[in-house]
Unconditional design. Structure first.
Length: 69
């Protein structure tokens, strides 16, 4: 099972599972199609939007674990 960490880009997370997009959007990351999202890390995105990266990573990993079940 793939896991997400704070150093991964938004694009890398989407490559793992596109159904993670709504979760990232909850954290202010509405730029899924933006070319910059391929380079911006989750940590950078959360810092730019004033959200908690650890909480986001936890939610993304829980979602991915649920997809595997």
């Amino acid at each position: 099972m793939a896991t997400v960490d704070r150093t991964m880009s938004i694009g890398q997370v989407l490559d793992i599972d596109r159904t993670t997009a709504p979760i990232m959007m909850e954290y202010g990351m509405h730029c899924m199609g933006c070319p910059f999202s391929m380079m911006e890390t989750l940590e950078q995105g959360c810092a730019a939007h004033g959200t908690d990266v650890d909480e986001l990573v936890e939610k993304l990993n829980a979602h991915l674990a649920g997809q595997q079940a």
